[in-house]
Write a protein that binds this ligand. Sequence first.
Ligand code: PMP
Length: 448
Amino acid sequence: QTSPAATVFPSGPSNLFYQSRLQRPTLDRAEGIYIWDREGNRWIDGSSGAMVANIGHSNPRVLAAMRAQMDRATFGYRLHFANEPAERLANLTASLMPEGLDRVFFVSGGSEAVESCLKLARQWAVATGQDSRWKVIARHPSYHGSTLGALAVTGYAPLSEPFAPMFTAMPKIPAPTCYLDRDNYTDAERGLRYAEMLREEILAQGPDSVLAFIMEPVGGASTGALVAPDSYYARIREICDEFGILLIYDEVMTGAGRTGRFLAAEHWGIRPDIVALSKGFAAGYAPLGAMVAARRLVEPVLDAGGFMHGYTYAGNPLACAAGLAVIREILDQDLTGNAGRMGALLKAEMTALMDRYPFVGDVRGKGLLLAFEMVADRETMTPLPREWNAHARLVEHAYARGLVVYSRRTRGGIEGDHILVCPPLIVTEPQIGEIMERLVASLDALAA
Ligand code: PMP
């Protein structure tokens, strides 16, 4: 019997045990927050995959909606036929966005959503006589996707370096890693200082050449749930407005309720010009994402001849039926509210880990987008030696104890080993207890 792993090759760094050293377990089935392999071992999906399975696995209502759609039609090419699930999902999505953001463009994943944001922004500039604008300022570290356009705005060297000659890297400003700063400013002041870096970068680049600024409202894979001080968000919006620059929120990870609001932008009352959604938007039931843009941007583009961009599978009826059922489930079960409540509980328990383990240097995040960072010294936030591979070792210990979490160590800005703990938004209080028990046992094993 040939294992499928023999021909399907993994992506990512090959020094991580769960990607190459051991054979990854083969998925058998998944339900709620649990996943089983073919040998019958069970794990808690403590990171919802890569912060995707927001409503949990095998939700019966979503599966029923998908089966019903499958019995009618699974595909109709979007340029030939409109389809009802796509229309309904677009309307429902628009109804959940800040005022004025009501034009929805479907894609099949997060990178495609980001690419779409960049290209819509550029076409808007051209359509409105602002041809000189093309630079999209981004942050470092950040993660916006794997395709070359998304990599151009991604501040994560291991992923972008090999491809550097193949795209034009966009300007980057530091992500607001205030927790690493040892100065006498208040958090509110730090937020403003980091925001000011955008203004300085715009001036350095030449305001007429800058098209947009893209940011993850709460950092995801690259920064481990990095939240900026409240003052940061409003000031960034003001600076964009001052120069007529579009503000793109990459809510691929934060969107669809993950942070305790449908969009993370709502925490600060921010109205971005364009939003990218994926991951929790279809919660793993279908490859689906969306760009939601302000009507004032889309109309000139359509009037000038159309948005010259699109993906064959995007907006297909099956994926949209899944997405529609997922969003309805989020609303009907108030999973956004649950993310806020369970997130507060989990964060408090994770914060208590700092009393027990001196190497837990920081706990951060919002809602159920939570992370902790492991360091050699909490006072100075000196990272653990890279060769220890502490983040991967912790993941390995957790795996062995029936808990899957998501780990990263970035280069630049943040050097620490961080672990994202982001269970599905359906998680209950007793299940948080189960997660914490396994996490503590894993940290004990790492400390031993
Ligand atoms: N943006 C953000 C913020 C992400 O977290 C991700 C995925 N980790 C992406 C974009 C890319 O999404 P995908 O992997 O679906 O292409």
